[in-house]
Design a protein around this ligand. Structure first.
Ligand code: NAD
Length: 316
């Protein structure tokens, strides 16, 4: 009997699929330091971002044949080492894209109407300074008709673009590789519409965008630093739901303080899970604790996709 340890949990629909296929699935979370011993009893482990599967754990459990990551980034797994030892490593890259894209717009809508500040000040001053706050938040703007620059036009970048296009925004797409000239929007009632996308270079994106959203992996150094902020339109809004490190946080704080950037929405940070206090307490930042994929729908799709990958692997 194949035994799977879903150490960071798995959606009920995914667990059910595995059990129907005849696998034993344990969802009890085993602390990291106890894993080398406990994992000896399993054929596969699935993780999200919390559990680390490093070389030492792989060496301690030679019976493990598959490591499954529910989600995209595999920074918590020594993927190359695992594969060099013949251990399969699989992930579910597409399942969470719509949820991450929606979170981008949660931050954008938050930013254009100052909710990040109103939600902090209303509980404190709402009954003594209502009119003062009303005045402070009077100069909101609309997204419709504005330009959104999307850095990284992969799965999530495209989902973000689709929402933007649906809202009547112009999409400026920048990627290291080719981007499609148009995207198909799937509207309610199976109506589909093709909408054009403008491909730009990074300088045009920085110069022309009213809002910028990042959808790239972290590779070596930030993609937005002081030099890039200096090229942006004054009053731009920045959202990062990709990876910590892709924005130079100090440069972002300076750009917020100088007014170059009107507001930022951050789901990801340097040094997670202990982000810098200066970032957490900045009055112009809307904050979420890396919850891009944390919706019921995304977790269900992730669970189902991961379970099917595991079943295919062991039944082949
Ligand atoms: P993807 O691989 O489909 O797309 C990434 C795109 O970025 C690719 O098209 C690539 O060519 C491009 N790219 C890479 N470096 C670039 C650069 N320097 N400049 C321009 N383009 C560049 O990945 P995805 O599924 O769209 O995920 C995007 C990011 O979102 C990843 O970092 C992923 O880890 C992150 N993510 C975050 C959450 C969350 O909870 N916030 C959830 C899922 C994924």
């Amino acid at each position: 009997m194949i035994r799977i340890l879903a150490n960071d949990g798995i959606a009920a629909a995914g667990k059910e699929l595995l059990e129907k296929a005849g696998f034993i699935v344990d969802t009890e979370n085993i602390p990291q330091e106890q894993l080398p011993e406990a994992l000896k009893n399993y054929d596969a482990i699935t993780v999200r971002s919390a559990t680390k599967v490093r070389q030492s754990l792989i060496d301690a459990c030679p019976n493990i044949k598959l490591i499954g990551r529910g989600g995209v980034g595999m920074d918590n797994i020594d993927v190359d080492y695992a594969r060099s030892k013949g251990v399969a490593v699989v992930n579910t890259p597409a399942a969470s894209s719509p949820s991450v894209a929606e979170l981008v717009f949660a931050h954008l809508f938050n930013g254009i109407r100052f909710l990040y500040d109103a939600n902090r000040k209303m509980p404190v001053e709402g009954n003594t300074n209502f009119n003062g706050l009303k005045k402070a938040y009077a100069k909101g703007v609309e997204l419709k008709g504005k330009k959104i620059g999307i850095i990284g036009f992969g799965r999530i970048g495209r989902e973000t673009a689709k929402i933007a296009l649906g809202l009547g925004m112009e999409v400026l797409a920048y990627d290291l590789f080719d981007v499609p000239q148009e995207l198909e929007l799937n509207l309610f009632n199976n109506i589909t519409v093709k909408v054009p996308v403008t491909k730009v270079d990074i300088d045009q994106l920085l110069r022309d965008s009213d809002f910028i959203s990042l959808h790239i992996p972290f590779i070596e150094k930030p993609v937005l630093g002081a030099e890039e902020f200096a090229k942006m339109k004054k009053g731009v809004g920045i959202v990062n739901c990709s990876r910590g490190g892709t924005i130079d946080e100090e440069a972002l704080l300076s750009a917020l303080d100088s007014g170059t950037v009107a507001f930022a929405g951050l789901d990801v940070f340097d040094n997670e899970p202990t982000p810098a206090i200066a970032v957490l307490s900045h009055p112009k930042i809307s904050l979420t604790p890396h919850i891009g994929a944390a919706t019921n729908e995304a977790q269900e799709r992730i669970g189902i996709e991961l379970s099917n990958l595991i079943i295919d692997f062991f039944k082949k």
